[in-house]
Unconditional design. Structure first.
Lengths: 667, 180
């Protein structure tokens, strides 16, 4: 038996388990047989194990270069190093879908297991919904797009992946995004379970929120890793191009972010229930849309969509998910009444409402820009490009308003804040913003919008700083704790609050990177001979020499340039190009990036071509502040960790008595 | 004019001044880059003619440069390329005709969204009895009272919150929000 046979068996097993899971849970729930529900729960675990088995089988087939399989032949070649072959797991459609399904199965198993313990009333419905989603992916994997499909006859060597994908970054961001997309299914599962069962109390909300944070975190990491990869490997000088594939990954994350804010209003005031539910549904629909767009090619052209085997399948699935969830949504609408009312326009609730409006608008604009080329092709028959200018002009101002709101919202009280209180808490941050603007003006910055954007960043950073400062100081004064202890206690007493602030701080850093990149990016290109120089901004680059060397499987050309900043020598940069065997016509660039201190400019140097006469053409870009984006990424991870870190040995206090929930289901 | 045009000019001057600077930046390169940055590379998704390393993009950059050197204006060159590759080549869809739709979409969403939010707020605020706000006002505290405020806020949370004992111990938001 080959690994491929094993893989096929694992997939069939997983499919049977899932089918059993679905039938058992429906049967068990309608007949009131807890044994069957338990059995369905076990089937979910068995599915996860079988899926992992299938994935390992595919990995083995890839590593052993089993060229009798179509997938292996398409995504690997003998020339590919072994550590690169691992990335072939998701180098094509069937493999990616297999990972999607495996992540879904694994997370489902964990979610189902925990739910049977914590909310047994919700469990049968959750098991059913997740089984239905899993069944779709298994249907596709077994019948439409199997990674274990054999070739009519084995080939001696495979095609292999494009060398652009032979990179460390490739090992990180695609699996993260796939896992992110898949994990949005769990909060959706809880929401659907709550809608079907009518148990729309606080139980599902807590579970949904927890899983949504996880999915949001994974997707966020995937987006950051993707940006990092684009910047450091793709070599076009930027990190975010509003490309369709990027957009569809961003949209569920945006909606999930909106959800994480609106859910606070629901938890706290019992308002916005319908809206919160709509956001959970929208997140998952966008996650499916993202998977579907990346994998079916619908956005590259309507025609490639029709040719794609899974396009119509995914389209049908998407339709079913939308119709099913919206149907349930309207069915339960009367139960999702608001318990609280808005008291004031100057309140946390109102700021969250504005926050959600902004997220919704940015998502809608991004969606519209992403699908417009297809609409154009359908209506006029000609494709229409929608490039970064559209997104910058539409999303830019919205993001700026969002940034400002990030400074105001967290300091507002629930229900109502007096204008006096507002001023009390904002006078220092406002002063910070004013000082920032003046300083930038004095430093010679003259672009109003850029100054406004930087001042807003300073404003938000200051509000976050003062939140920690005031809290820590009072704690320090009242309890006599030393500053570090006082801050730690403060944070540990309200992890969600302070973790959230840290994530906000991360967004400020990312915003500053984007502002620097958008307003002050500068570039030039020049062909030089050794000894010649090129000047850009405060930098002068001197071309020294170009070296060629042969490495196994590839030829590497590197050029060395000396860099001087403000007339002072600060070292060298070495951009280069790889010519990989069999892919000589598509050399990959090795970008040289040098972050300078204290200006935080990224000196981004590309070797465009090197000529026989010793001259070489370089493209040099100065990207101010982009390095802050990655600092923001690290803070994003820290902040999320603080927010979700489990309490040490906390007692589980059952908050939701079944009796309380029955009221909802009968309402 | 871009803020660093001066730097570029300087670079240009330095380059021109250098003896034997055969490959120095040409006088039209900056203009070429401006034009190329606004055009979508027809064969590579999402990249501009300037950023793309594809052969076609390279040829297009060359073509733009040649036309600039021949004295053609930016508008004429862009029009020539639109005639050849279609309007789809523009990175920035024109704000007229069919492509106006793309610009109107987000505006409509924003206006409708604002209307819904405003409607929600107004409806709910109006239903409130006179003077209700003052009675229920929980104005935020002075910074000095922050920890007390937090404790109070936490204590006010859901009637289903933990026992008073846990509350005294300062059970955090997390402990209560985190049952899932």
């Amino acid at each position: 038996m080959t690994a491929a046979d094993g893989g096929r068996i694992f997939l069939l097993l997983a499919f049977s388990f899932t089918a059993f899971q679905l039938i058992a849970t429906i049967w068990g729930a309608t007949r009131g047989l807890p044994e069957l529900i338990r059995s369905a729960r076990n089937a979910a675990v068995a599915t996860a194990v079988a899926m992992v088995g299938a994935m390992l089988a595919l990995l083995y087939a890839l590593l052993s270069r089993d060229f009798s399989l179509r997938y292996v032949a398409e995504t690997t070649s003998r020339a590919m190093p072994l550590d690169v072959v691992v990335t072939s797991l998701y180098g094509g459609q069937p493999g990616s879908l297999l990972i999607w399904g495996t992540v879904l199965a694994a997370l489902s198993a964990v979610a189902i297991w925990r739910t049977t313990i914590r909310y047994p009333e919700l469990a049968p419905y959750l098991i059913g919904v997740l089984a239905a989603l899993q069944a779709f992916f298994l249907l596709v994997l077994v019948f439409a797009s199997s990674p274990f499909e054999p070739l009519p006859s084995p080939v001696p060597d495979g095609r292999g992946l494009n060398p652009l994908l032979w990179d460390d970054g490739m090992r990180v961001h695609p699996p993260l995004l796939l896992a992110g997309y898949a994990s949005f299914a769990i909060p959706f599962g809880f929401a659907m379970a709550a809608l079907i069962s009518g148990r729309l109390g606080r139980g599902w909300l807590a579970a949904t929120r927890r899983w949504m944070i996880l999915a949001w975190f994974i997707q966020g990491l995937g987006l950051l890793a993707g940006a990092w990869w684009a910047y450091h490997v793709l070599g076009w000088g930027g990190y975010w191009g509003w490309d369709p594939v990027e957009n569809v990954a961003l949209m569920p994350w945006l909606v999930a972010t909106a959800y994480l804010h609106s859910v606070m209003v629901q938890e706290r005031r019992g308002m916005l229930k319908l809206w919160t539910m709509a956001l959970v549904i929208a997140t998952f629909v966008l996650a499916i849309f993202g998977t579907f767009v990346v994998r079916s090619g619908v956005l590259s052209s309507v025609h490639s969509f029709a040719e794609s085997a899974i396009g119509p399948l995914f389209f049908a699935f998407l339709g079913l998910v939308i119709i099913g969830s919206i149907g349930l949504f309207f069915y339960r609408m009367p139960v999702l009444r608001s318990e609280g009312e808005f008291d004031s326009l100057v309140s946390k609730e109102a700021s969250f409402l504005l926050n959600n409006l902004l997220f919704a608008a940015i998502t809608a604009a991004t969606f519209w820009g992403t699908v417009f080329p297809v609409v154009s092709e359908l209506v006029r028959g000609s494709k229409m490009a929608v490039g970064p200018p559209f997104y910058n002009q539409v999303n830019g101002p919205l993001l700026l308003v969002m940034l400002l709101l990030m400074g105001v919202g967290p300091l507002l009280a629930w229900r109502h804040t007096s204008l006096h209180g507002l001023w009390q808490r904002h006078r220092w941050p406002i002063l910070t913003a004013v000082v920032t603007s003046l300083l930038l003006w004095v430093l010679g910055m003259r672009q109003g919008l850029a100054i406004l954007a930087f001042a807003s960043s300073g404003f938000v950073a200051a509000t976050i700083f003062f939140e920690f400062w005031w809290g820590g100081r009072t704690r320090h004064a009242n309890s006599g704790e030393a500053w570090p202890t006082a801050l730690t206690t403060l944070v540990s007493r309200a992890r969600r609050r302070y973790g959230g602030y840290l994530v906000h701080l991360a967004m400020v850093f990312i915003a500053m990177g984007a502002i620097g990149y958008y307003f002050y990016r500068d570039e030039t290109a020049e062909t030089m001979r050794p000894g010649e120089t090129l000047a850009i901004g405060r930098y002068v680059l001197t071309y020294q020499q170009t070296l060629q060397r042969q490495e196994p499987g590839r030829q590497v050309v590197t050029s060395r340039l000396g860099v001087a900043m403000d007339g002072k020598d600060i070292g060298t940069v070495e951009p280069g190009r790889h010519f990989i065997q069999g892919w000589e016509s598509q050399p990959t660039t090795m970008v040289a990036i040098r972050t300078t201190w204290p200006w935080l400019d990224d000196l981004y140097v590309l070797l465009v071509s090197s000529n026989d006469d010793g001259s070489a053409t370089f493209r040099v870009i100065v990207n101010p502040l982009v390095s802050l984006t990655w600092v923001g990424g690290v803070i994003f991870v820290l902040g999320t960790a603080v927010a979700v870190w489990p309490e040490a040995r906390r007692r589980t206090v059952p908050r939701f008595s079944p009796a309380q929930e029955v009221v909802y289901s009968e309402a | 004019m871009k803020p660093n045009a001066l730097a570029l000019l300087l670079a240009l001057l330095v380059a021109l001044w250098l003896p034997g600077a055969l490959y120095a930046e040409g006088p039209y390169d900056q203009q070429m880059r401006d034009i190329a940055a606004g055009l979508q590379c027809p064969i590579c998704q999402g990249q501009s003619v300037l950023d793309s390393n594809s052969q076609l993009a390279t040829q297009m950059r060359q073509l733009i440069l040649e036309k600039l050197e021949a004295g053609e204006s930016k508008e004429a060159i862009v029009k020539y390329l639109i005639d050849r590759y279609g309007e789809g080549i523009l990175m920035d869809p024109p704000k007229r005709g069919f492509t106006l739709g793309i610009w109107l979409g987000p505006v409509v969403v924003l206006v409708v969204g604002l209307a819904i939010v405003a409607g929600t707020l107004r409806g709910r605020l109006r239903r409130r009895p006179e003077g209700g706000v003052a009675a229920e006002e929980t104005a935020g505290p002075e910074p000095a009272q922050y920890p007390e405020w937090f404790q109070e806020e936490l204590a006010q949370r859901a009637p289903l919150g933990p026992t008073p004992k846990a509350r005294q111990e300062g059970g955090s938001e997390e402990a209560r929000g985190n049952v899932g």
